[in-house]
Design a protein around this ligand. Structure first.
Ligand code: NAD
Length: 256
């Protein structure tokens, strides 16, 4: 018997086999969930579609989270196929490469708007459409965040501001939908080598620092994030909402 038997989970944010969302999809499948997977665009489709098929996803749909009509269409298709959703995973972030290096002072108006739109507002946009399908089912929503939304890290820049907005959106959304039996949380993952993190200048330096200073003296794995995702998706966490749950080898507790 799996922890997610009979649950229907929609996963946003698989780009390739290194994606955190991919580890989550596999863990959810192992625990008995039925999966719907979306992908951002045709460029990632050729990687994502075979991965989705390999975990037996019932639905594989394109969705660029900047497009409200596209989001509506995705949830209309899921609603038609499933009638309801129990779990929603938001594992999406984007900022222009030029914003993720050098001084934060160089953040452009367009770069700020784009990063905040894709990395933070999109959670609200997805929740608006998911809400009617999740009401009254004891559902769970989770987003992926990083400690750079709470403390200053070199080069993380506008993405740190986006993560702060995302984390506060998690809390406001948790309040907004809690009465309908929906929980909203975030997992704050330690540094992991993925497509998204490869865009952040000096990533290796940050990962090296964590391995040296974190209580566990090592970096985490995608599978360890997926373990926390299973907990947040399952009834094991039925009393937990609005939380930012760290999976970072304990790094965030260290002062010096
Ligand atoms: P990833 O590159 O595999 O995932 C990012 C995803 O965002 C990709 O699937 C990409 O297609 C998607 N995306 C970007 N723009 C989009 C758009 N307009 N519409 C739809 N999807 C779009 O990298 P990842 O590291 O697995 O990132 C997943 C999440 O985890 C992100 O929120 C990231 O900030 C967060 N996170 C990553 C780390 C890390 O070190 N890798 C640490 C903490 C948090």
């Amino acid at each position: 018997m799996g922890l997610l038997d009979g649950k229907k989970a929609v996963i946003f944010g698989i780009a390739n086999e290194k994606s955190i969302a991919w580890a989550i999809a596999q863990a959810f499948k192992r625990e008995g969930a039925e999966l719907a997977v979306t992908y951002a665009n045709e460029m990632v489709a050729k990687r994502v579609i075979p991965l989705a098929e390999s975990v037996g996803a019932s639905l594989v749909l394109p969705c660029d989270v900047r497009d409200d009509a596209g989001i509506k269409q995705v949830f209309a298709e899921i609603g038609e196929a499933w009638g309801g959703i129990d779990i929603l995973v938001h594992s999406i972030a984007f900022a222009g490469k030029e914003e993720l290096k050098g001084s934060f002072l160089n953040t452009s108006r367009e770069g700020f708007a784009l990063a905040l739109d894709i990395s933070a507002y999109s959670l609200i946009a997805l929740m608006k459409e998911a809400h009617p399908l999740m009401e009254g089912r004891g559902g769970s929503v989770m987003a992926l965040t990083y400690y750079g939304g709470q403390k200053v890290f070199p080069n993380y820049n506008v993405m740190g501001v986006a993560k702060a907005a995302l984390e506060m959106s998690v809390r406001y959304l948790a309040e907004a939908v809690g009465a309908d039996g929906i929980r909203v949380n975030a997992i704050s993952a330690g540094p992991l080598k993925t497509l998204a993190s490869s865009g952040v200048g000096g990533f290796n330096q940050i990962a090296g620092h964590v391995a040296e200073k974190a209580p566990l003296r090592r970096n985490i794995t995608q599978d360890e994030v997926a373990g926390a995702a299973v907990y947040l998706a399952s009834s094991l966490s039925s009393g937990v909402s609005g939380e930012i749950h760290f999976v970072d080898s304990g790094y965030n507790i260290i002062g010096l």
